[in-house]
Design a protein around this ligand. Structure first.
Ligand SMILES: Cc1cc2nc3c(=O)[nH]c(=O)nc-3n(C[C@H](O)[C@H](O)[C@H](O)COP(=O)(O)OP(=O)(O)OC[C@H]3O[C@@H](n4cnc5c(N)ncnc54)[C@H](O)[C@@H]3O)c2cc1C
Length: 382
């Protein structure tokens, strides 16, 4: 949403802000980047601009899986990049979770989180030797488990420790922490364009030395140069009340159906996925739910999990995919020093905190290129 001329003149005229670094996008990655810049360079003045409220994008709408990623994801990465590189991505993600645990989760008692495990499920009849012949699960820390008490599954690959959180609570705490560090977080204002002086929002002229775009799935709305770089795709979810509580406490992912679920609280289960039932319909930046995906999720609850439930809420969010499904952290060819950090696909809560640190290290001149530059490199001119 933008502001019309009439709405704008009823508020205030263009205000000038002077800052060192301005970050557009107040999602998990934008706020985490502000955290790392102020951690590494305490004197630097940082301003965050969020067009709605922090967490309004995917970061406040996801399933709250803090996971390094499923066994299926690392099998795909091994096929694409080879074992050594896939292992280095796994280490990167693992470090992300460790950093987030030590720096934020443990240090902020108001954030409730559960230390747990993730499980990549294999359907009955799947020959797991085929998986293990081409993908050394043990080297990635996955362990096989069977007897999961679901008729549909042979078993699954477990990985621990990982975490379950309320992502919006995490963002609220991050924002509070940043305000304590004198980071200016301005909500309900859209960033418009990067200029030689900094950037322009619908209400401000911001003079800044450096600009960071942390817009993920919305980047192509900001500038057409991102159209061939970040592909916005919708993901839908469902919250259901269970007739009988679920004893399974982990984070579950079924790669055959591309469905994920977890227990959220007493007798409440969250389930998402089934995007491929309408792959073309689920492209774009509009937040909406559709009967075909929602029905697919409900059928999954009945047919695969054998669960009796009552639907209590339905919602969606926008993810930003790259061609490689790995994040992009790069300097832009822009009128001033500017960077982009985005393209987290379905993994931003797992990869985001470490990626934000990489972004801050680039800004601080501690690094010439990010970890992901060897996987994902684009020249983007604004
Ligand atoms: C339904 C769903 C379930 C998911 N489940 C998981 C999960 O369990 N685990 C996991 O790791 N990942 C999950 N993901 C992916 C994860 O949520 C994202 O990868 C992550 O939140 C990306 O964070 P971000 O800060 O880069 O993007 P976002 O949270 O989308 O932040 C971008 C922000 O930019 C703002 N913005 C846009 N345009 C402008 C502008 N012009 N000016 C200023 N601000 C602007 C938006 O309002 C938004 O707040 C899920 C995603 C969805 C949609």
């Amino acid at each position: 949403m933008t502001l019309s001329h009439w709405q704008r003149s009823h508020s205030f005229a263009s205000t000038e802000i002077n800052t060192d670094v301005v970050i557009l996008g107040g999602g998990f990655v934008g706020l985490s980047t502000a955290y790392w810049i102020t951690e590494l360079c305490p004197g630097v003045k940082v301003t965050v601009i969020e067009r709605r409220l922090c967490g309004e994008g995917a970061s406040g709408r996801n399933a709250g899986f803090l996971t390094k990623g499923s066994a299926a994801f690392y099998r795909y990465l091994t096929r694409t990049w080879g074992l050594e590189k896939a292992l280095s991505i796994s280490e990167f993600a693992q470090t992300s979770l460790e950093l987030l645990h030590h720096q934020i989760l443990k240090a902020s008692p108001e954030i409730k989180f559960d230390k747990t495990f993730s499980m990549t499920l294999l359907k009955k009849g799947t020959d797991r030797r085929i998986w293990e012949d081409e993908f050394p699960v043990g080297q990635f820390g996955f362990e096989w488990r069977d007897n999961l008490s679901f008729d549909s599954f042979e078993g699954g690959y477990e990985y621990a420790p990982e975490y379950k959180i309320n992502p919006l609570q995490l963002l609220t705490s991050l924002k509070k922490l940043l305000e304590g560090r004198k980071v200016q977080v301005i909500e309900n204002v859209s960033g418009f364009e990067i200029t030689p002086e900094g950037c322009r929002t619908e209400l401000h002229l911001i003079r800044a030395k450096k600009v960071i775009l942390a817009l993920n799935g919305y980047a192509s709305e900001f500038h057409p140069s991102f159209k061939e770089v970040f592909y916005p795709k919708r993901a839908q979810m469902l919250a259901v009340e269970l007739e009988t509580d679920l004893e399974h406490q982990g984070l579950y992912y079924d790669p055959d159906d591309k469905v994920y679920w977890r227990r959220a609280s007493d007798r409440v289960l969250l389930i998402g996925g089934k995007r491929l039932l309408d792959a073309t319909g689920e492209v774009g930046v509009f937040d909406k739910i559709s009967p075909v995906i929602q029905e697919g999720l409900e059928n999954y609850l009945t047919d695969e999990l054998g669960i009796k439930y009552k639907v209590i809420h339905r919602w969606s969010g926008i993810m930003g995919f790259t061609k490689t499904e790995l994040p992009l952290i790069e300097k832009l060819n822009a009128p001033l020093e500017a960077y982009v950090v985005g393209g987290f696909s379905g993994h931003g809560m797992g990869f985001g905190f470490h990626s934000a640190k990489e972004m801050a290290e680039l800004i601080a001149g501690h690094k010439q290129q990010s970890f992901f530059s060897s996987f994902n490199k684009e020249t983007i001119k604004l």
